[in-house]
Design a protein around this ligand. Structure first.
Ligand code: NAP
Length: 292
């Protein structure tokens, strides 16, 4: 692209940022939509005080929007002038949208996951769902599932206390009981029925591709759809076990795609068509050498 005096800038703050796919997502969108916009990574070291300076500096430099990645998703919140309700409840922000006096924070990781699931025809409202994990990602997924009307979420984690804490927080924030915290090894105690399962642990992440959180094949016989948040590798052992038992299996790359698209739409007040989303997705797959 040709940068000129009117080019708008968006970017990513985090540490590290070297391996991010976000520039590819946003610069492809800008090119395909004919927007005069460039997206760059900003390596941002330090804690809350440094992040606050970075956010103030970005506003002074007329930066249109920012994504925020680890380790700043929580402590960036104190640097914002406004926070979207879902992001506030989750307690993590990954997208900053410029306003007159500062930035408003959103969590497009979760709206993106919802949109990715919807694009695959996966229903959340009224569903019985098994969520594996109780780390940062699973915590946000638990909020999203209950906010979007899941009937019940069985939250299975190695460390039971963390699952229990998330259940308490979500119930208090949303004013309804929808999460049942359990220990991972108690999966055989799940009530009878078939489930959508979301794999939200880091077990199976590259290079530990042969690891899986639950090995027992009887568990997978009860999973009609398995959604792994991991996308490196693009065919996790969890996905293979779901498929072998006859269920549909998905990896997390579309979640990454749609968190980017949701952010791009917020910054530019546009709607990205599914055709355009597919074009960006193909570029991401090429970059990661995913052939499917
Ligand atoms: P995290 O906060 O470190 O949480 C890790 C989770 O995995 C915890 O529930 C932890 O259980 C569990 N775990 C780790 N090692 C385990 C083991 N050996 N046995 C059993 N459980 C184990 O990580 P996170 O930020 O939530 O990320 C989780 C995954 O989501 C990562 O793989 C990440 O790549 C993926 N993710 C994908 C996207 C996307 O856009 N597709 C976005 C965000 C995250 P304990 O609580 O017992 O320690």
């Amino acid at each position: 692209m040709e940068i000129n005096g009117k080019t708008r800038t968006c970017g990513l703050i985090g540490d590290p940022v070297e391996h991010t796919l976000s520039p590819l997502i946003h610069n492809t969108l800008a090119k395909l939509l004919g927007h005069d916009l460039v997206y760059v990574p900003f390596l941002t070291k330090g804690g809350e005080a440094e992040v606050e300076k970075a956010v103030q500096g970005a506003h002074a430099l007329n930066i249109l929007g920012l994504n925020v990645t680890v380790p700043h998703k929580e402590h960036v919140m104190s640097a914002l002038t406004e926070i979207d309700k879902l992001a506030e409840q989750i307690g993590a922000v990954n997208t900053l949208v410029r306003t007159a006096h500062g930035y408003k924070g959103y969590n497009t990781d979760m709206t993106g996951l919802y949109r990715a699931m919807r694009s695959e025809g996966i229903q959340i409202k009224g569903e019985e769902i098994v969520l594996l994990g109780a780390g940062g990602a699973a915590r946000a997924v638990a909020y999203m599932l209950c906010s979007y009307g899941a009937q019940r979420v069985y939250l299975l984690n190695r460390t039971f206390d963390k699952a229990e804490r998330i259940a308490q927080e979500v119930h208090q924030a949303l004013g309804r009981t929808c999460i049942v915290p359990m220990r991972t090894e108690e999966h055989d105690k799940l009530p009878s029925g078939e489930y959508l399962a979301i794999q939200g642990t880091s077990v199976g992440l590259f290079p530990n591709c042969e690891e899986v959180i639950i090995e027992d094949s009887t568990f997978y016989q009860r999973i009609h759809t398995g959604y792994d948040l991991i996308y490196r590798p693009s065919n996790t052992k969890f996905m293979r076990l779901v498929s072998q038992a006859g269920g549909k299996a998905y990896h997390g790359l579309k979640m990454l795609l749609y968190q980017g698209i949701d952010a791009y739409e917020l910054w530019n007040d546009v709607t990205v068509s599914e055709k355009l989303a597919e074009a960006v997705y193909q570029r991401m797959k090429k970059e990661l050498e995913i052939d499917e």
